[in-house]
Design a binder for this molecule. Structure first.
Ligand code: THU
Length: 133
């Protein structure tokens, strides 16, 4: 599966968003080595801090299906933004821990704009488990 196809999956996932408070729908799709795709969408709550982003839901969805960090080959996200939608700070922290360095993160919007990045580019100088030693 190529990045355009994974973006389509993220846009399908976006339709599953539960976002009655922000009305801002985000979708994400994670691709594994074996070609499986795990979806995520943002899920909000009337207690606002409990809202969960699409990217983290996709990553956690994959983990709960026993996908290993080394088997994640790409993550795409998409939203109706003027520029390709960029992961929030909390998602960057989770991405930096659960995806390998160099894993392509494909940011996109509904107009077809695409920007590609990596975990280390999204969060340089990340805090990590090593800091806890
Ligand atoms: N959101 C995401 O799902 N991913 C992002 O990268 C940015 C923000 C969600 C959280 C909240 O439900 C809504 O978008 C508005 O912030």
């Amino acid at each position: 599966m190529n990045k355009e196809e994974l973006i389509k999956k993220a846009q399908e996932a976006r339709k599953l968003s539960y976002s009655p408070y922000s009305n801002f729908k985000v979708g994400a799709a994670l691709l594994t080595k074996s070609g499986e795709v795990y979806l995520g969408a943002n899920i909000e709550n009337s207690s606002y801090p409990l809202c969960m982003c699409a990217e983290r839901n996709a990553i956690y969805n994959a983990m709960l299906h026993k996908v290993k960090r080394e088997d994640i080959v790409m993550l795409a996200l998409s939203a109706d933004t003027p520029e390709p939608c960029s992961p929030c700070g909390a998602c960057r922290q989770v991405i930096s821990e659960l995806l390998k360095e160099g894993t392509p993160i494909i940011m996109s919007n509904l107009k077809g704009d695409i920007k590609e990045t990596t975990p280390e580019e999204l969060l340089p100088f990340a805090f990590s488990g090593d800091d806890l030693q």
